[in-house]
Design a protein around this ligand. Structure first.
Ligand SMILES: [Zn+2]
Ligand SMILES: [Zn+2]
Length: 503
């Protein structure tokens, strides 16, 4: 697609027209004044408001969209702009040269049309593709959206819930630092109700699709009067412009100034924590005046320090919902386990740990730092019990294996860090073999430990870090868990302390 600049307006033009230019080549993009007597499409308003989309993502004819532009209701942005001689993708913010490529483009007829490789999965942004935003009137909505939830909050949850609601009211920022198993979702209910009733749009963004799938039905159940939109790669709700959206952080690239409240779940989790473009996407998806709530069980060191120094507003939920303390990891030296594994064997101390779990019929998770090691080890492990399985991120059987573990058909599951978050297996014992590996950061170890003792009926799990040399991360993880237990006890959120608890 190409344009011609004429009488301070853009005109649509055929790519064969010698005067036409791809949008990147235009020196300016004039924005016509809003024509108040124009009868704009309310469907389009509903669809596009708060978003930034490609023509391909809009189920409206190009001519209709352009008419809205001519009347000041739509703005065209360059999909790729040139800033100081460097290409920059407007959607994802990518500006590194190797993340762009050129292709012979049928739309603009150019032999070398540049496109962004970084966000290609969401549809191609290229030199000739405009990104469209809505500049017409905003839909105003004000009706109460009652929360229908019968449950009760723990003391720790209730305190955090109040803080969340306050932050949403005043468009503030807040980190909710809640231990694994504190029940963080319920903490959001009152704040979301407040926001929706004020006519605000809310988005819960999470790095993982699994979480979108788990949260959406829960929120739909407690807010039955609205339609909750669930957005992830390939989701059917993509066209839904709901007042409550649950989205992967990736999908935020499609929004601009849309939300009055953004809640970012697992802010410390990959890929969000490591990807500046995703963090920028979250900022771009907010309105200028809006609230931002972060959830984490394991904020990174920088954030922890900011909390300590008082420069980051936060609230902790140091105790679990069931009022039992968090199990504290035991550190056990197991010698050069990698060498032992090469002989397709396990350190004796680890074998004892496994045999005991199998004999007691206690479900167990064994974390390993590398997939290759896991695959090498599995045949040997099956000598203990043929039902033992191993799972990793690229495993096509991943879901089924996790389900078999849930059904207690698998007595012990060997895993990489993919199961460090989000999964609950009641009564599970947890061990890490090679806890000194770099992959096991403080936050990974706290998350892994957080798998144990989750259910009220079996609140005491065992966690063992088998290692060949203690690391800082291991010590810090233990300190963080002990610290939370201590704080929870002092605040009366748990009923007892563990014997020998260090502080
Ligand atoms: Zn891009
Ligand atoms: Zn092109």
């Amino acid at each position: 697609m190409k344009f011609i600049l004429q009488d301070h307006k853009l005109k649509l033009a055929a790519s064969t027209d010698p005067d036409s230019k791809p949008i990147i080549a235009l020196t300016q993009i004039p924005q016509p004044e809003t024509n108040p007597s124009y009868s704009f499409s309310q469907n389009l308003q509903h669809f596009l408001q708060g978003r930034m989309l490609l023509h391909d993502e809009l189920p409206f004819p190009k001519e209709q969209l352009h008419e809205h532009y001519e009347n000041g209701y739509i703005h065209y942005k360059k999909g790729i702009s040139i800033e100081k001689g460097k290409s920059k993708c407007t959607r994802c913010g990518n500006s590194s040269r190797h993340q762009f490529a050129a292709f012979p483009c049928a739309r603009c007829g150019e032999r070398e049309c540049l496109y962004c490789r970084q966000c290609i999965i969401m549809g191609r942004v290229s030199s000739c593709t405009p990104l469209l935003t809505w500049t017409g009137p905003q839909i105003q909505r004000k009706e109460s959206v009652p929360l229908k939830w019968e449950g009760t909050l723990s003391e720790g949850q209730a305190h955090a819930s109040k803080k969340v609601t306050e932050a949403i009211k005043v468009n503030g920022e807040l980190l909710v630092w809640a231990v694994c198993g504190a029940g963080k979702t319920e903490v959001l209910f009152a704040g979301i109700e407040e926001a929706l009733t004020q006519g605000k749009r809310v988005c819960i963004a999470t790095p993982r699709t699994d979480v979108v799938l788990e949260l959406s039905p829960r929120l739909q159940a407690v807010f039955p009067d609205i339609k909750v939109a669930a957005l992830y790669g390939g989701s059917e709700d993509r066209n839904e412009n709901s007042v409550l959206t649950i989205s992967t952080t990736h999908q935020l690239f499609r929004f601009r100034g849309a939300f009055d409240t953004i809640i970012i779940d697992e802010v410390d989790a990959f890929p969000y924590s490591a990807d500046v473009s995703l963090q920028r996407a979250a900022q771009n998806a907010r309105k200028k005046v809006s609230s931002l709530i972060y959830l984490s069980a394991t904020p990174n060191e920088k954030w922890q320090n900011e909390c300590k120094r008082g420069t980051r507003p936060f609230v902790t939920i140091p105790g679990r919902y069931h009022r039992h303390p968090l199990p504290v990891p035991e550190l056990k030296w197991c010698g050069n386990w990698e060498k032992t594994l090469k002989r397709r064997k396990l350190p004796r101390i680890v074998e004892v740990w496994i045999t005991k779990r199998l004999a007691d019929q206690t479900p167990a998770l064994l974390f390993l730092p590398k997939i290759e090691l896991m695959e090498k080890l599995l045949p040997y492990m099956k000598n203990f019990d043929a039902r033992i399985e191993a799972v990793h991120a690229e495993d096509p059987q991943r879901k089924e294996k996790v389900q078999r573990m849930r059904n207690k058909e698998t007595p012990l599951l060997v895993t990489t860090t993919i199961l460090e978050r989000g999964v609950t297996f009641p009564g599970v014992d947890v061990a890490v073999l090679g806890a000194e590996d770099r992959i096991f950061t403080e936050s990974a170890l706290v998350q892994i430990s957080g798998r144990a003792g989750r259910s009220a009926s079996q609140p005491n799990g065992n966690i063992t870090f088998f290692h060949y040399g203690k690391t800082n991360a291991m010590n810090k993880a233990c300190r963080q868990i002990n610290g939370m237990n201590k704080e929870a006890f002092e605040k009366g959120l748990i009923d007892y302390v563990l014997p020998g608890m260090r502080s």
